[in-house]
Ligand binder design. Sequence first.
Ligand code: AMP
Ligand code: MG
Length: 371
Amino acid sequence: MLKLPLESSIAIEGVCSEEEILVESYRVLSLPKFERKVDYTTDLRSIDPVELAKNSHWYLRNPLWTKILKVQERIINSAREFLYKESFTELLPLVVSPVTDPGLRGARKVKAYIYGVEHEVSSSIIMYKQATAAVFGKVFFVARNVREEPPENILSGRHLVEFTQIDLEVAHASLNNVIDLGERIVYYICEKIKSDEELLSGVNDDLECFKPPYPRVTYDDALSIVNKLGFNIKWGVELTSEAETALAKHFNSPVWITEFPSISRGFYYLQNPRDSRYNVDFNLVMPGVCGEVIDGGLREYSYEKLVDRIKLHNEPPEKYEWFLDLARHGGIPPSAGLGLGVERLTMYITGVRHIALAAAFPKLPGLTKTP
Ligand code: AMP
Ligand code: MG
C-alpha cells in the first residue's frame, strides 16, 4: 500500500468506472514542501489554547481538529435543514452597521469606518432580525459577531472574540413558541450528528442527546440554587461560567433560565408587563463546560418604550435612527427570537473543553494578531 503524507499529490493512470478506479500506474508529483514548524500531530486536547490560537494555521492539519470542524459543518447544515422545514427564510447577515447590539455585558464593540464615518462591526444583528421578521415572518441568519471580550474571559474557556450565531426571529411568537423551537433545534442537531457514527468517531463517544422538554427555572430560583451550592452571586449579576456548569449538573440536563433582571440586559427585550424589574427572556445552559448556548426572548416594539429604555442605558436615541424610524411608524412587530452559539454547541457535541478547538482560526480574548 502506498502511504503518503497529507498534501502530497500523485498522478494515476488506469480505468475508471462509476464505483472504482483500476490503477495501472502512478507517479508521485510532489511531497509537501513545508518544514514542520510546530508538531501538529500531537494530542490537541493537551495543547495550551494560546499556542493553538497563535499557530492555528499549522494545527489545522491535526486530524482531530479536521474532524471537529466537520462536526461543526454538520451542526450548521442540520440547523439550516431544521429551519427550512419549519418554513424559515434565511437572509445574509450584515458585517458593518451604523449601530449594533447595545447590550453586551462587559464586552466592547469594534469600530469600522466607511468613507470616514464611524460605524460598528456586527456584535449581533438583533435589530435587523426584528426589522426583517416584519416582512418574512420567520427569519434566520448564520451571523458572525465580533466583540472585544475582557481579556480575563480567556480563562472561561468559552469566549471567542469572533464567533457565530444561528440567529432567528419569529413575528408574533410567544415565549413558549421560541423555547420549544430552541430545544427542538438543539435535539435535532444532536440526533443528526449522533446517528452518524463515522462523523463522531475519535471525537466524542459519550454524546448525550437530551430529549425535550428541558426543565425551566427563573433567574431568581437559579440564583438561590447556585448560591446554596456555594456560589455568591448577587441579584442582577449574570451567572458565572462555573455557576452555569453547576446548575446544569444540579438538573443533570440542559436547563432554561428565564426572566432575567432587565437592568442587566439590552433595551430590546420586552419587560414583564406585571413586573418591569424582569424581562420576558431566557438562556439555555447545556451540561458540561460549554454553559449558555442560547440567549433569547420577547422583544420590545413600542417606539416610546424603546426611546425611554435607550436613554436609560445612557445611549443617544439618534444612533438608532433607522430602527426608531421603523418603530415610530409601526414597522416593528411584536416578535420573539433566539441566538444559538455555534462554537458553544460545537464544544458540547464534540466534548472539547476549550472553545479554541471549536473554531478554525480562533481569536481568543486579549490576544491579537492571531491568524
Ligand atoms: P448573547 O446574546 O450575548 O447572549 O449571545 C448569544 C449566544 O452567542 C450565547 O448564548 C452564546 O451561545 C454565544 N456567545 C455569546 N458570546 C460569545 C463569545 N464571546 N464567544 C462565543 N460564543 C458566544
Ligand atoms: Mg447571553
